[in-house]
Design a protein around this ligand. Structure first.
Ligand SMILES: [Zn+2]
Ligand SMILES: [Zn+2]
Ligand SMILES: [Zn+2]
Length: 270
């Protein structure tokens, strides 16, 4: 039974937005303070970090995150990679390399932008991250369990969501192809991005997200990656029963089991 903690649930600006006097940015509701979108999935004492948001350090401190066993990258946009260098602290704490999983396009961008993190020069003293980049080519086995990549479209950019047994995490989607919708059926928990009420070229709106949830029918859906255009309370009030807006620091456990990985899947060396 994997468990997810939302480290960040805001869009690329975060909330409050710098220099913004709107009601949401000035709100006293702590759920209206959203750092850039990221999450950790925990199971069997293993900790999987999804994306390295700009605020990774602050998120780790706020959530007492002391260990990361693997990092899964959805895509290489700045709000999802801005905290990449902070991974070095986990190398130092754990005295080991950290595997980073990404699709080939994202891997190429990570190699270009963070080349120094993939060269193995220093022995985990904390001066730089020491990472092993693993390219995702399909479902793979992570610490004995199957992770299923979910290809989605972020505008024209193909990116990945991930399924961990009865839990799936899809951020920054605008379109989900039918073949990927089929990978999202029979879930206990679906995490899905929803930016705002108005339509947007590269993100689902609230209404578009609701259509997808009603198509794949998880027991519960949680929305992330919100902009400052709608408060937590107002967004929650307009959603059907079973669809909730996540907030920074929320933890949700899933009741089901997470099947063991197929024998052919690639195992992370850990
Ligand atoms: Zn604002
Ligand atoms: Zn993005
Ligand atoms: Zn994003």
């Amino acid at each position: 039974m994997p468990e997810i903690t939302f480290l960040g649930t805001g869009t690329s600006n975060g909330i409050p937005v710098i220099g913004c006097d709107c009601d949401v940015c000035q709100s006293g509701d702590p759920r209206d303070r959203r750092t850039r979108t990221s999450a950790v999935v925990r199971f069997d004492d293993r900790v999987i970090l999804i994306d390295t948001s700009t605020e990774l350090r602050a998120q780790a401190l706020a959530n007492d995150l002391r260990r990361v066993d693997a990092v899964l990258m959805t895509h290489a946009h700045a709000d999802h990679t801005g905290g990449f260098d902070d991974l070095r602290r986990f190398n130092e704490l754990q005295q080991q390399h950290l595997p980073v999983y990404a699709d080939p396009g994202t891997a190429a961008m990570l190699r270009e932008r963070f080349a120094y993190t993939f060269t193995d020069v220093y022995p985990f003293y904390g001066g730089k991250p020491d990472l092993i980049l693993r390219e995702i080519e399909g479902p793979f086995t992570l610490f004995g369990h199957e992770v299923v990549p979910i290809p989605v479209l972020h505008g024209r950019l193909p990116i990945l969501g991930f399924r961990f047994g009865d839990l799936a995490y899809v951020t920054d989607a605008k379109e989900i192809p039918d073949t990927s919708l089929d990978l999202l059926r029979d879930l206990d928990v679906l995490v899905l991005n929803a930016l705002r009420e108005r339509s947007h070229p590269t993100h689902l709106s609230f209404d578009e997200a609701v259509v997808i949830v009603q198509e794949v029918r998880p027991k519960r859906a949680l929305l992330v990656h919100l902009s400052h255009e709608t408060s937590h309370a107002a967004a929650q009030a307009r959603l059907p029963v079973g669809i909730d807006v996540a907030w920074d620091g929320l933890t949700v456990a899933t009741p089901g089991v997470w099947p063991a990985g197929a024998a052919t899947g690639r195992e992370s060396g850990g």
